[in-house]
Write a protein that binds this ligand. Sequence first.
Ligand code: PLP
Length: 437
Amino acid sequence: MRPNSNSMGLHERALKVMPGPQSNLRIPLGVRPTFIKKGSGAHFWDVDENQYIDFMLGAGPGVFGQSNKDYIQALKDQLDTLYYCISGASQTPMEVELAEKIVEHVPCAEKVRFCLSGTEAVQLAIRLARAYTKRHYFIRFEGHYHGWLDNVLGGTTNDDLTGKPFATESDQDPMTTEGKDPFALQQSFKLPWNDIEILEHTLERYGQEVGMVLMEPINCNGGCCPPRPGYLQRVRELCTRHNIILCFDEVITGFRVALNGAQGQLGVTPDLATFGKALAGGIPLGAVAGKADVMDLLLQRKVIGAGTFNGYPFGIAAGLISMKLLEKDEGAHYRTIEKAQGRMMSGLKEISKRRGIPALIQGPRGVFFYQFIDKEIAYSIRDLKTADVLKQNAFRSLLADEGILIMWGGRWYISAALTGADIDRALEAADKVLGKL
Ligand SMILES: Cc1ncc(COP(=O)(O)O)c(C=O)c1O
């Protein structure tokens, strides 16, 4: 790895004019400044000519890897028209076509509304659910992430179930932030996930006041935890019984695990679902999809879901191009990902075992979680309490020194661009690094 002198220079320049070296989430401390110059396939290069294998995929959107030729060419072919559309009306045939495709693939989708990000999609879903049910509270879960706005961000679960289970603020919470509405945590109940009894108990007591149950159907943000057998089915039944909107936040899983999302793979259909990230293969686009009678509150002008750029042609075109590539050869893309991921996961398992390192490796197609803990499976973030987080941080940082970039916290995103040679190299690096830890 070459010294990162060019990146350091940019870092210093950035701090003079920006409140951080980039505009994303809070950067973890101690991360070596790395500015990216270009990407291709599963690789990118920083401004010091270091090459990396990419298991971050921009925190999820990059289903095709970097600069996928078909994707870029298709966008280029439409650029002039798209520019005209941006400067003209933004009501386009492409938007209808993309909505039709989502309706075709996603089980809950009878109607679709586009926005710009996962965060916006979640907020629109909350508003729709409140308007539909005329109830104020929603339920969310420990270890799940739904964007950066006040009403869904952070809060520590309160295990005392004698009153309404609002989360509380805590300095220990990695999602704590100053400047938040002091009443934001009183909009929702926050419960442990994958625990049907707690949900049942809460709904028995407060079901009449709850408009929506919001969850990641596979908890990618909390360790790629799968739902326990029967859990989602039971949640579905409870929501139906209490007339509550069930919303799956598929911002990570949507179009990444499959064209029909986690809901299609797991066989449980929510009332609403939110999408973002992989929906347009790397260009900003969000969506809420769901039952017509809920979505039609927008048509009836009872609910506002505004946004200057909603349905902007460039994002919609990218969504359509993405969808067509994902549909190609009956989902060949997903088969390629599955193969690469299988090799990565079994390789890491073999190395960990050989080196006597207790490790948990789990995840759906397209993303997995590797963590230093002696467990076969984790069903919630609570199961990961004794994980060696410091070791995970060291692992990530040493891997980066070897040119392998993974997400903070132990998440690995898999694109179809990974070659056999990339996987060999990544496993070799992981073996070397695990030998040092
Ligand atoms: C499950 C989930 N929902 C919502 C969001 C927010 O999406 P965005 O960052 O596009 O606003 C994220 C982002 O990581 C997410 O993982």
